[in-house]
Design a protein around this ligand. Structure first.
Ligand SMILES: [Zn+2]
Length: 440
């Protein structure tokens, strides 16, 4: 050991490098198993943990589809365990669109740049840095921690979280609560209030195929039962349909907290005004106020002078927790009796309450590092691996603490071009996460 200026390695000092290393492993998930890097990422994670004496296990659900899991013993082993999960795969990136190469992990202008910087190699790196620091300094967590670094989240988790939950549930024995994506990031309201959005709910999804059968025939003939015409009318009705405003308990709790932070009463019936106040995160909140069904694909016909007997469309449907039945009934009434609707892919909605000791721990840990912090619940319009873990009875939260400069468009970073994360945001995150583990 040299003397003088050399400083000890800490979670804060190495988190950006770990994030960079992870970004440099191209873990693009194309949804067909051809992605190049999940195995390498799983091995990298395992090495980082093994360096301090842990014995992580790597599980391969199919060739190259690897996830890493480790359990860290807590002080009180009679307490239920806490799961911290993150996915290691990323959505693909087109290098031509980027300022820096998306897999360079370049650290410049105070940010780590690259695909996965906010979704979610940031949290993977923070978790690794914190756990390494705790092992280095001999600080046990108060209760068992299970860490899971997972493949395949970006394509639905079949080869990652879903596989582990179905085939290796013993890994999560005794675990009752979990944190993961997408939450914990900041939204600065003004100089007295910074909200940290904790994910407590997720919309569910129905991906559907619509089919109309009609009378096939020659294009020169009259036809009052043209499948294309019938389908297009139904699809147009659906595309223009606005589902009614539904304030779920999560959105209501969000509005209450926000009203309190702003010192103004926000009217749930006047969400336009509320969304205006929300600036950059309005997009994320706005889409959790209603069910939605967007037509996304059309198919019919094979020749210009032939009326086909069938026409199809695909629809991406998303429903709020508690409103699935209403969603399907309304959908059918908008589409009408001619349309046959089939489900291609289904995922449930989730919702837990914003209360209890774990939520307190988040609030306290955030407040200790940011005096104007206020944790607020919100509903994610998409889905995460939490949907799989919930099947084991685990109560899941999106909590990957990250303080962001007000001007950074966080929502736009997800799957976006020039995805990047501020280094000081990561350092803030490790301090909060470390405190949180002690309080959890
Ligand atoms: Zn993600």
């Amino acid at each position: 050991m040299s003397v003088g200026s050399e400083r000890a390695v800490t979670a804060e000092s190495e988190v950006a490098e770990i994030c960079r290393d992870l970004i440099r492993i191209d873990t693009s998930n194309y949804g067909d198993g051809s992605g190049p890097g999940e195995r390498k990422a799983a091995e990298y994670v395992a090495e980082q943990l093994a360096e301090f004496g842990l014995e992580p296990q790597i599980f391969e659900s199919a060739k190259g589809r690897a996830s890493t899991v480790v359990r860290i013993e807590g002080e009180d082993r009679s307490r239920p365990g806490l799961l911290i999960h993150g996915h290691t795969d990323v959505v693909p990136a087109n290098a031509d669109d980027w300022t820096v190469h998306p897999f360079s992990g370049e650290i410049t202008d105070g940010c780590v740049w690259g695909r996965g910087a906010v979704d979610m190699k940031d949290m993977d790196a923070m978790t690794l840095a914190v756990v390494r620091d705790r092992l280095r300094t001999g600080r046990k967590p108060p209760r068992d921690l299970v860490l899971a670094f997972l493949a395949d989240e970006e394509a639905g988790g079949t080869y990652g979280a879903r596989f582990l939950v179905d085939r290796h549930p013993e890994l999560f024995e005794g675990v009752t609560e979990a944190i993961g994506e997408v939450g914990g990031f900041s939204f600065t309201v003004n100089d007295q209030a910074r909200l940290y959005l904790i994910e407590t709910a997720e919309k569910g999804m129905h991906w559907m195929r619509l089919t109309v059968e009609g009378r096939a025939g020659h294009g020169s003939m009259e036809n009052n039962d043209n499948a294309i015409t019938e389908l297009c009318e139904a699809v147009a009705r659906l595309g223009r349909h606005q589902f009614p405003l539904r304030i779920t308990k999560t959105v209501r709790a969000f509005l209450d907290e926000l009203s309190d932070a702003l010192g103004v009463r926000l009217d749930p019936e006047d969400m336009d005004e509320t969304l205006r106040v929300l600036g950059g995160i309005a997009k994320m909140i706005g889409t959790t106020l209603r069910n939605t069904a967007q037509p996304t694909m059309l198919g019919a016909g094979y020749k210009v002078n032939v009326i086909p007997g069938q026409a199809t469309a695909h629809v991406d449907g998303r429903f709020l927790p508690g409103y699935e039945e209403e969603f399907l009934a309304e959908l059918d009434s908008v589409l009408g009796p001619r349309v046959k609707r089939e489900s291609l892919h289904y995922d449930k909605a989730l919702e837990t309450s914003f209360d209890g000791p774990l939520v307190e721990a988040m609030q306290t840990a955030l407040r200790a590092e940011d005096p104007i912090a206020r944790a607020v619940p919100y509903c994610l319009s998409g889905g995460t691996d939490a949907k799989s873990f919930q099947d084991l009875g685990i109560r899941c939260f999106g909590f990957a603490p990250l303080q962001l400069p007000p001007e950074l468009d966080f929502a736009g970073m997800f799957h976006g071009v020039d995805e990047r994360v501020p280094v000081d945001g990561l350092q803030f995150g490790v301090r909060v996460l470390d405190r949180f583990i002690d309080l959890a």
